[in-house]
Structures are given as C-alpha cells and as structure tokens.
Design a protein around this ligand. Structure first.
Ligand code: FES
Length: 56
C-alpha cells in the first residue's frame, strides 16, 4: 500500500526503514521524504512507525 503518494513511499518501505534504525518521523522524513510535501500521509505514516517500533 502506498502511504505517501507525493513521494511514492509504501508501508513496506516505512517498516524496512524502521528495521534499519529509523525511530521517529524526523528519521522517516530524512530518509524517505515522507510527509514533506502535502503532509496528508503524516498520521498514517506515524501509525505504521509506532506499530513497527512496538513489534521490534
Ligand atoms: Fe506524503 Fe503528500 S502524501 S507528503
């Protein structure tokens, strides 16, 4: 599923980034540019980030 349409970032990519050490929205912004355009994906991306951090 594409989470960030502006930058074509999928939920899978977000989980992968978390597995590789990303632990905040700032990390995701820096690594994947998630949320840096229209911002509509922010809450969805944050949810996936939190879920993955809990799992790990
Ligand atoms: Fe992610 Fe627009 S959908 S910044």
């Amino acid at each position: 599923m594409i989470v960030c349409v502006c930058h074509n970032v999928s939920d899978r990519k977000i989980r992968q980034a978390v597995d590789e050490g990303a632990s905040s929205m700032l990390d995701l912004r820096n690594q994947l540019s998630v949320g840096t355009c229209c911002g509509k994906c922010h809450s969805c991306a944050k949810g996936i980030l939190r879920e993955r951090l809990d799992e790990n």
